[in-house]
Ligand binder design. Sequence first.
Ligand SMILES: [Fe+2]
Length: 181
Amino acid sequence: MPSQNHFDAIALLKADRKVEVLFAQFEAAKGAAKKQALVQSICTELSAHTVIEEEIFYPACRGKVEEGLLNEGYVEHDGSKVLIAELIASAPNEEFYDAKVKVLSELIEHHVHEEEKRSEGIFSQARAAGIDMNALGECLLARKEAILAEYKAGGIPAPETRTFTGHTLEQGKPADNEAPV
Ligand SMILES: [Fe+2]
């Protein structure tokens, strides 16, 4: 019988879907303080999810899960990190804040589908490959607890991308925001 510390890796990662509830609460939220608190929780959960998957779960899947699917997982994570970084650095009264939260929720919805898709998804392929999910689950859980403690003490750090490299982007505004001449 597994010890109390054993936790299936996939069950642990699937539990990260609790962000879907937070996104729904954000849609219904009115006040700035409530919105900011929800975004803080969303960014905490998603940042921890990307770190533990990229440090532990995805490397364990390499060579066992379809390469293209795994690479898409990394790129989807990096896409979400851009929005997470934006949201951490902004406030609910700022323009496009709600839109950034909405687009982040849609990106995550797609990512969850790619990971959890029945028989073809990353999790199904990893399970079918015979990866020891209990051993992996223990590593994921320990790392997640350490990360959450770090975030609590020092805030959410700037996300580290794994696939987006070397771009300097010009920052502008939508043309419809400019006053007519
Ligand atoms: Fe993921």
